[in-house]
Design a protein. Structure first.
Lengths: 360, 56
């Protein structure tokens, strides 16, 4: 079970052009840091969900909460969980961060307390800095590289989410080489999302995107380095030998493994719904988190619902019909096919044609 | 020059991982009588994500 905590809501120090929180984040930009009362309540209730819990610190930018917040996290977790649960990895703290606020002090603290860091990096400098910018318009690439290096010096690995946008879709080889050179140790490509505000201007067309992924897949296979996993491709390859997808958005029941809590205690099924009042499922100051989650069964069921086309699709076990909110935003409902259905089918077939024989 | 065995090391590691995961899932099923769900999420170590169960 993953408990996503947004300690400063959707507040962020960056102004990425394709941010999927575009519309709502402006409303929620002045959120304070989560209080100790809310934080303690969440951590205290978390064992009710499962014996294995990932606390996923998300945002916005979670490091805006400051080191004091994370010290409290560790303090409360030590009160609730046994030392064995933490040291065995059954209780984990994962931070999804843009890394622009990582200081040596924070770096030391996260390393000492076994946090797992994940970041976002869009290939190479020009492509990254075209979209991932500070409010003043300056790019963040060099700062992110510096932070990755600082973290790697601790002997730690770090994964990254990498977006495919108009700025990088034409340079797959450069993108792949620079990703490897950046210091990250694994990668998960994301399609650039649409939202009501319309980050459409950064979204490449389908043919270009297909070319990009096919080229990167070929390069990755040519490299043949199992220590630099690309999750999108691994999901497909895993299916050839009876494995299940590793991502929520590739897993039919993926949504069920998540619940997200914002700084003021509001609860949503996932961070992607934060700020959308029709998907607010409760507040931890009013109701127990565990009850909120269980009472939202109908909502989760709706997210995981499949249309007829998906039910008979040969790729369902790899695709899982994608991310529910993407379907909702682009197509206005959940029981519809993933907006990228055709593209995904093309890529799955390509991967099968190129690598299926390795699993026979 | 193209690598004639391209992808074989990646495929080998994936097959090992999946076999280990499936063995673990079977173990959970035998121990609990429940069908295990596989979680998937950002930041997951991928070796520790098959460990919560739904009611069977």
């Amino acid at each position: 079970m993953t408990i996503m905590i947004l300690p400063v809501g959707l507040r962020c120090n960056l102004s990425c052009k394709y941010c999927y929180h575009g519309v709502v984040s402006r409303r929620l930009r002045k959120v304070e840091v989560m209080s100790d009362v809310i934080l303690e309540r969440i951590i205290r209730e978390s064992p009710l969900f499962a014996s294995d819990i990932d606390f996923l610190w998300h945002g916005g930018e979670p490091m805006l909460a400051g080191i004091g917040h994370f010290r409290k996290v560790i303090e409360f977790q030590k009160q609730i969980f046994s030392a064995g649960a933490v040291s065995s990895g059954r209780i984990r703290n994962v931070i999804q961060s843009n890394l622009t606020l990582l200081t040596k002090r924070l770096c030391d603290f996260f390393a000492e307390n076994n946090f797992i860091l994940s970041t976002s990096i869009d290939g190479y400098r020009e492509a990254h800095d075209a979209n991932r910018i500070y409010a003043n318009g300056l790019g963040t690439y060099m700062r992110v590289l510096k932070s990755i290096s600082m973290w790697r010096e601790k002997g730690k690995s770090i994964g990254a989410v990498s977006l495919v946008t108009k700025a990088n879709v034409g340079q797959p080889a450069k993108y792949f080489e620079q990703l490897k050179a950046s210091g990250i140790t694994s990668c998960n490509f994301h399609f650039c999302s649409q939202d009501e505000q319309g980050s459409i201007e950064t979204i490449p067309d389908r043919e270009e995107t297909a070319r990009f992924f096919k080229t990167v897949f070929d390069l990755w296979m040519e490299d043949d380095n199992p220590d630099f996993p690309i999750r999108n491709f691994r999901n497909v390859l895993r299916s050839f030998c009876g494995g299940k997808p590793l991502d929520c958005n590739s897993n039919i029941e993926g949504c069920r493994g998540f619940v997200a809590i914002t700084a003021n205690g509001d609860v949503y099924p996932c961070h992607r719904y934060v700020g959308r009042d029709n998907f607010r499922i409760g507040n931890v100051l009013e109701t127990s988190l565990f009850d909120i989650y269980n009472n939202a069964e109908t909502t989760y069921q709706e997210f995981c619902s499949l249309g007829e086309e998906c039910q008979t699709c040969e790729w369902l076990n790899v695709c899982g019909n994608g991310c529910a909110i993407e379907r909702y935003i682009v197509k206005g409902g959940f029981r519809v096919t993933d907006p990228e259905c055709l593209l995904k089918k093309e890529l799955f077939s390509y991967i099968k044609s190129k690598a299926g024989h390795l699993f026979e | 020059m193209a690598n004639p065995n391209k992808g074989s090391r990646i495929a080998g590691k994936i097959k090992q991982e999946v076999a280990a995961e499936n063995a673990k899932l079977k173990e959970i099923h035998l121990a609990t009588g429940k069908e295990p769900l596989v979680c998937g999420h950002q930041g997951c170590s991928e070796t520790n994500c098959s460990n919560y169960c739904s009611e069977s």
